[in-house]
Design a protein around this ligand. Structure first.
Ligand SMILES: *Cc1c(COP(=O)(O)O)cnc(C)c1O
Length: 232
């Protein structure tokens, strides 16, 4: 039997230990619980334990769970691929979007963000390992993209997100996360509000925290293995 409570305690402890090892303040690394494919009851259970930020990848699934959980003050993050016909619902039902990688999507999110809500928090997704067919803007496009997005009134650009090439080799994990951190540093002189580095998942949050992650996105380590889809 998987115990969400035990897993949560362990993940929080692991994050604290990584922070101690790498001289980071634990308050500077936020846990985002990735709840794709998980039932609303599991989200509610984790919420009662003190976890308030949840990340979802699939819009319809997320909307269904949000309506079941509407009495809980959850901060919802959208972290999945975005099709343009989904931007209106994403702009209305989420507080953060980590997976913005095209200016067209950014424009639509800004235009469609309801006026009574604060600006939508945005991380730009970067294809940091330069993989073909992988979501994310290229490293070279990143600065110009940030310029454009920072002019959109209903968005607030907070930082960068990446899903590096999957690897178990520590040095490769460090290199990819370090590259995203460097890129953020390059953007900061012009855009000091960019302070978020959304990087690291269950299997690689140690090197991500070492390289400066401020949000780690963790699913499996909290809820156990997913039945589908196996990887993302
Ligand atoms: C599924 C997913 C995660 C969590 O992955 P785990 O290996 O289950 O921790 C993190 N980020 C994104 C973008 C995901 O799609």
């Amino acid at each position: 039997m998987i115990s969400i409570a035990n897993n949560f305690t362990k993940v929080v402890k692991d994050i604290t230990e990584h922070c101690r090892a790498f001289n980071r303040a634990p308050a500077d690394v936020q846990l985002l619980a990735v709840s794709k494919t998980r039932a609303a009851e599991q989200i509610a259970e984790l919420f009662q334990l003190g976890q308030h930020h949840f990340g979802e990848n699939y819009l319809q699934e997320a909307l269904d769970k949000q309506s079941l959980l509407q009495t809980l003050p959850i901060t919802w993050h959208f972290i999945g691929p975005i099709q343009s016909n989904k931007t209106r619902a994403i702009a209305s039902h989420f507080d953060w979007v980590h997976s913005v990688d095209r200016i067209k999507i950014a424009r639509r999110l800004s235009e469609q963000r309801p006026e009574h809500l604060p600006p939508l928090n945005i991380c730009l997704q970067v294809n940091i390992s330069n993989e073909t067919n992988k979501a994310g803007c290229s490293v070279d496009e990143c600065l110009e993209f940030i310029h454009l997005v920072s002019t959109l009134p209903q968005l607030k650009v907070r930082g960068l997100m990446a899903i590096p090439r999957a690897t178990k080799v520590l040095a490769e994990q460090q290199t990819a996360f370090g590259a995203l951190a460097e890129l953020l540093k390059k953007c900061q002189p012009l855009h000091p509000s960019l302070t978020t580095l959304s990087m690291g998942m269950s299997a690689d949050m140690g090197p991500a925290i070492e390289q400066g992650a401020t949000i780690v996105r963790v699913g499996t380590a909290l809820f156990g293995p997913r039945d589908y889809p196996p990887n993302l």
